[in-house]
Design a protein around this ligand. Structure first.
Ligand SMILES: [Fe+2]
Length: 277
């Protein structure tokens, strides 16, 4: 390597790190439109704001940069699929700031939450769920909630963290009916095949960070508890009549860098489908 090319190489390396660091703060807004069988007319266009894997990250003081971005969007409910904390000394402040900001901009719109593997690192994971409930969040720990608009209904179902083996899909679905759409929140994509077997219409998951450092063409090289080059690492998948959307998440675990995978929130709008059931 000549002295000149060495200098160019070093300059490239030095300038890459600020880029990788800044990429982690530039939140992308992803939009999906998913067709759902037997969607009741009053839920046509129902939009979920999906967020995941905050990992204690801060987007401005009290999360005001993120809340400012979200305040420009229209949504009917919020789905948070876990891993809000990280590390051995987890902090709840960043999550509570986010929830408090969401409460202000979303008024009475419901906020649903399922726990991830990092959330269970808190000394008492159940206490974290209690704190969120006190803040007005509906924790779907292997259970469901019914959303109603007049005579029409839609089920919001949630499983506890699959990475640590706490998910009980059968229990979560007990009490729901198949006549109304069932939307499943799960921290990780692990229960996707089971969900398809149970006829879930739409499943939202996180955990993968899309790889966090995402290789062009190859995707996520490694995801904890999912191994090397996992199949369901990011984006939209279909299995039978079930659609899975995997979020790239907002925060980082390990090194605070992202590449080819900006932090993101997703707006997922459901529409009716004419497909036979
Ligand atoms: Fe996770």
């Amino acid at each position: 390597m000549t002295a000149m090319s060495r200098r160019v190489f070093l300059m490239g390396g030095v300038s890459l790190f600020p880029y990788l660091y800044l990429e982690r703060l530039a939140v992308a807004v992803r939009r999906y439109r998913v067709q759902i069988r037997n969607l009741p007319p009053s839920f046509e266009g129902f939009t979920l704001l999906h967020m995941s894997d905050l990992h204690e990250k801060e987007f401005g003081p009290n999360q005001q940069d993120l809340i400012g971005l979200l305040s420009k969007e229209r949504f009917d409910a919020v789905a948070i699929t876990g891993d809000m904390v990280r590390g051995d000394h987890p902090s709840q402040v960043q999550t509570l700031d986010l929830v408090s900001g969401l409460r202000k901009i979303s008024q009475e719109r419901p906020i649903y939450f399922v726990s991830g593997n990092h959330d269970w690192r808190l000394e008492r994971g159940k206490e974290f769920e209690g704190v969120l409930q006190d803040a007005g969040v509906q924790v779907l720990s292997n259970r469901s909630e019914r959303l109603e608009r007049g005579e029409d209904r839609l089920w919001m179902v949630g499983v506890d963290d699959p990475v640590t083996g706490r998910d009980r899909l059968g229990l979560a679905l007990s009490g729901t009916d198949q006549r109304s759409p069932r939307l499943l929140l799960s921290h990780s994509p692990h229960p996707f095949k089971k969900a398809a077997g149970k006829g879930i219409d739409l499943m939202l998951a996180g955990h993968t960070h899309g790889g966090q450092v995402r290789l062009p063409l190859l995707g996520a090289s490694f995801v904890p508890a999912m191994g090397f080059f996992p199949r369901y690492d990011y984006g939209l998948y279909r299995l039978g009549a079930t659609t899975l959307i995997v979020s790239g998440g907002l925060g980082e675990s390990g090194v605070p860098l992202r590449f080819n995978m900006r932090p993101e929130i997703a707006l997922i709008t459901v529409a009716s489908s004419q497909a036979p059931r």
